[in-house]
Design a protein around this ligand. Structure first.
Ligand code: UDP
Length: 241
């Protein structure tokens, strides 16, 4: 087999918390997180610098807790802590594969991981360590999609890659609408105006303002992440019009 040549030197990968659940209703499926870590490890060994932002939806979502009556800010703090747990699990999965990884949190929890410091994060990346950005932006009322856009821009990633459960952005929900089609390419404005629910508006606007290309692909399809970073036409690309 021909050796894959990555077309990117530095990427930011966004994983939702749900991506770690597999078929479970809650929590982390060890087999699923190991599989994802294996693909990340493969890219790391090819020399790609990788930052990861992980969500917390498999454990807690602030909006959901607030709906049940909890104070929203407290609920969002719980959501952010959930992302720290997922990040520690990913760090562990990567380390078991022999990859050096560092969790950097936007809220201070020095006993369990490093604080997020942009320059130190870039240094880790340059040294070949996978950096897992935990606790989102560190602020309530934001999402980890917005955190991913923010970190991608801050670390000068060449692309932000969002892992989902479908193989790109569709004209409608492909599970509900059988003749929905997949876009190969889309502009930020189209993604916003057509309300395609690819990412929240704040995250898309941030990518648009800073010209950060966004790729959306299916994490459940083994090897797609590798193919995408190898320059193959995988998923949907969102770029400037
Ligand atoms: N969160 C937050 N600020 C941030 C990022 C996340 O308060 O900058 C909280 C928020 O409550 C959110 C939860 O963390 O619901 C988990 O993140 P998210 O819903 O984005 O996770 P995902 O849907 O990607 O699993």
């Amino acid at each position: 087999m021909q050796e894959l040549r990555p077309v990117y030197k530095r990427i930011l990968l966004k994983l939702s918390g749900e991506a770690l659940m597999g078929d479970k209703d809650y929590g982390i499926d060890p087999q699923v997180i190991t599989r994802i870590a294996e693909e990340v490890a493969q890219l790391n060994r090819l020399g790609v610098q990788i930052g990861i932002v992980i969500g917390g939806g498999n454990l807690f979502r602030g909006a959901g807790l607030a709906e049940a009556g909890m104070d929203r800010v407290t609920a969002d703090h719980m959501g952010m802590l959930a992302t720290v747990m997922n990040s520690l699990a990913m760090q562990d999965a990567l380390e078991r594969l022999g990859i050096f990884a560092r969790v950097m949190s936007a809220i201070r929890i020095n006993e369990v991981c490093e604080d997020y410091l942009r320059r130190r994060a870039i240094r880790h990346l340059e040294k070949g360590r996978v950096v897992i950005f935990a606790a989102g932006t560190g602020n309530p009322f934001f999402t980890t999609d917005s955190a991913a856009s923010l970190r991608a821009i801050e670390i000068n990633a060449e692309v932000m890659i969002k892992a989902t459960k479908v193989d790109g952005i569709y004209s409608a929900d492909p599970v509900k609408v059988p003749d929905a089609w997949r876009y190969e390419q889309l502009t930020y404005d189209e993604a916003l105006h057509r309300k395609l629910k690819v990412m929240d508006a704040t995250a898309i606007v941030m990518c648009r303002e800073h010209d950060m290309p966004l790729k959306v692909f299916n994490m459940n399809r083994r090897g797609d992440l590798i193919r995408l970073v190898g320059g193959e036409n995988v998923g949907t690309t969102v770029v400037r019009g």
